[in-house]
Design a protein. Structure first.
Length: 591
């Protein structure tokens, strides 16, 4: 009789425990706003399934406890329930390792461990939670069949690992998005790419200060986590790190947060976009044309053709007027009318008695007015161009840069990104790249984001003249999402993502961006000098400030060519007359 009664009481306790566990699972899913439940069901009580399936708002997926297949990407966030036998630590460790493998890039998802053995003790739960701590699984709570109606277990990683037993009626089952680190260090590694990340030593305190928009974000994260900012041992103020070097350091050193954002299209361990920008070419402003080319521009084909049309028009008019007065007209009077040419050039000539009529005077008056206008226009254009020479061809697109043969300065890690541009490339390291760009070397083209260009544009407003333009017609990415590349299985991903959303929604991100120039000035890395003066001095040294003999190169070439043409015509004319005279003498002798 007592045996039967004991058996019935045991079965009744098991049923009550099962119902209590299912209710707890439902409450956890509801409080976490989760609609997907993934159960590793090998060691779970059989009475769970009917009740879980009866809950229509919860989707249930069953898996084997030993399955290590990664979770499908199309799955939304889920609550993972893992039932463990609770018989031996080795078996539980294998099952936990399989769970961690299936959550390879999603170890921040919420998990519930259930020890099915009613003989298990709290020490077994401590071992399971410690193993989860070692596997970087933070959002884990545990249940034991022996006290499932009363308590659940979870661990705290800070200031040191400890397991807490809490009643089922506790309000917050999982840790908040910003866990309290109890003053423990958060190790950061800044790449020191200005202006986002700036590290300098405070002169008053002698301590390192992390500034810039990304640096201020890291400091805010430290404050939200109640942590202590600690730099990696390899941080040296002023030493730049490229993305590949920083990734290697993160793999080798215990770094919690790389203070760096980069454009990565597919990265499993990346955060929400911290900065939305576009990445285009920073192209040098076109130089002024040399002084010697000004005369060539004024003597362009169009201008010469207009002058010839005017000369021939007046030559034809004068020839027709001469013909009307029954005087002889020759072809040379039309082709090389010296009076029309002199009038267009503004030179004087003498009128004969035969050309003193009113018609001739009107023609010559009009010719004088045209010559005066041409002389004034040419003189005004020449003085204007000498005072403010026109620009050379200004490149604005990638095709224009290719045509101008301007080399693009890139780092080795960016070679794949610019390979399709078909531009001449100069490969340098990070320090040399920043030196060339910050010094305003206009011999090259640079890649720049909108943030860096805004800073440089405000800086060059105080220059004597602009050095670069930022062309949106020469963009590599019209929309680039810059994110944090986090260490693998980082449990700071959720706090970082939440802080990014809060910073952008509250406008504090814009405040951080607005403090870039201040941060760089305090750090002593902002250039307050006029970078354009170096280029002006270099051009003045090359071209000089006054007119030189070489500046009249095209004038002398035109003068020499026309003089040579005149001499050749004179020789041809003299030779032709000699031939005619010789032919005449031959005819006389023959006669």
């Amino acid at each position: 009789m007592w045996t039967v009664l004991s058996t019935l009481l045991l079965l009744w306790a098991i049923v009550i425990a099962s119902e209590s566990t299912v209710d707890f699972i439902r409450s956890v899913a509801k409080s976490s706003s989760l609609e997907l439940l993934i159960i590793r069901y090998d060691y779970c009580p059989d009475s769970w399934l009917p009740e879980l399936y009866a809950f229509n708002s919860l989707t249930v997926v069953l898996q084997s406890a030993r399955s290590a297949q990664p979770q499908h990407e199309e799955f939304s966030r889920a609550l993972h329930v893992v039932c463990l036998p609770g018989n031996g630590l080795h078996e539980e460790e294998l099952l936990l390792q399989a769970l961690a493998t299936s959550l390879e890039n999603r170890r921040n998802e919420k998990c519930l461990l259930y020890l099915a053995n009613r003989l298990a003790n709290p020490a077994a739960m401590d071992q399971m939670l410690r193993r989860c701590y070692e596997l970087k699984m933070l959002n884990v709570v545990g249940l034991m069949a022996v006290d499932v109606q009363r308590f659940y277990y979870r661990y705290h990683p800070y200031p040191e690992f400890r397991v807490e037993r809490r009643t089922l009626q506790a309000s917050h089952i999982f840790e908040a998005l910003f866990p309290n680190m109890q003053g423990e260090p958060l190790i950061v590694m800044p790449d020191q790419w200005h202006p986002r990340s700036v590290v300098y030593v405070d002169r008053c305190t002698g301590k390192k200060v992390l500034a810039g928009s990304v640096g201020r974000f890291a400091r805010t994260l430290v404050w939200k986590l109640n942590a202590t900012l600690e730099y990696a041992q390899t941080v040296i103020p002023g030493r730049f790190l490229n993305a590949n070097t920083l990734r290697d350091l993160v793999k080798r050193l215990p770094i919690d947060l790389p203070v760096s954002v980069s454009h990565v299209e597919q990265m499993p361990n990346s955060s929400y976009p911290f900065e939305l920008t576009h990445m285009c070419l920073m192209i040098p402003v076109a130089n002024e044309i040399p002084v010697r080319d000004i005369y060539r521009h004024l003597s362009s084909v169009g201008n010469v053709c207009i002058a010839l049309v005017i000369v021939y028009a007046y030559g034809l008019t004068l020839s027709c007027q001469r013909r009307l007065h029954e005087r002889e007209v020759y072809l040379v009077d039309f082709l090389l009318n010296d009076r029309a040419l002199r009038g267009v050039l503004g030179q004087s000539f003498q009128l004969t008695n035969q050309e003193s009529g009113s018609t001739s005077k009107c023609i010559y008056l009009m010719l004088g007015i045209v010559g005066l206008n041409i002389s004034c226009i040419f003189g005004a254009a020449l003085e204007t161009m000498l005072a403010q020479p026109p620009k050379q061809f200004q490149a604005r697109s990638i095709a224009d840069v290719r045509r101008a043969r301007l080399p693009l300065v890139v780092m080795e890690e960016d070679l794949d990104s610019v390979a399709d541009l078909q531009l001449p490339v100069l490969t340098v390291n990070a320090s040399e790249y920043i030196r060339l760009r910050d010094e305003g070397n206009t011999s090259y083209v640079y890649l720049a984001t909108r943030l860096h260009w805004t800073l440089f544009e405000n800086q060059q407003k105080h220059f004597s003249r602009e050095l670069f333009i930022y062309s949106k017609d020469a963009c590599l990415w019209s929309l680039a999402l810059l994110t944090f590349e986090l260490p693998q299985h980082s449990w700071f991903e959720a706090p970082i993502n939440k802080l990014i959303l809060e910073a952008r929604a509250s406008g504090i991100y814009q405040y951080w961006v607005g403090m870039h120039h201040y941060d760089m000035s305090v750090a002593g890395v902002a250039s307050l000098r006029d970078l354009s003066l170096q280029q002006i001095q270099r051009e003045t040294h090359e071209t000089g400030s006054s007119l030189r003999l070489i500046d009249l190169q095209w004038v002398w070439l035109a003068y020499g060519a026309l003089t040579l043409l005149a001499v050749l015509l004179f020789i041809l004319e003299t030779g032709w007359q000699q031939l005619q005279a010789f032919a005449l003498c031959s005819d006389l002798v023959y006669c």
